[in-house]
Design a protein around this ligand. Sequence first.
Ligand SMILES: [Zn+2]
Length: 106
Amino acid sequence: MGIYLANGVAEDAVSNHLLGPLPDTLRMRSHTTESGETVFVAEDEGDRGSKGPFYVAYGTAAREDKYGWFCSHCESVDNAMDAMGRIQCNRCGNFRKPTEWDAAHE
Ligand SMILES: [Zn+2]
């Protein structure tokens, strides 16, 4: 399986992989953004948010071209991560606190 180290967040994904290895495509589902782009949501890669998990979204089903985060609560990719690793959904306010890994890395 391909472990893709891109913009930092992917290292979170690596540890999730080690905890529960799954075929790369098994837990992917496609999602069409408001601007009409198709992204692929890795439902085994993510982190808990205040209202529901955030999942990692990729530009391809092969987990390449990392797109950002997918909010499972309102099913959108309209969110932002700050330098501390916090993720806030712009739509529903779902919020992820920074992880230890992010704090150590940023
Ligand atoms: Zn949301």
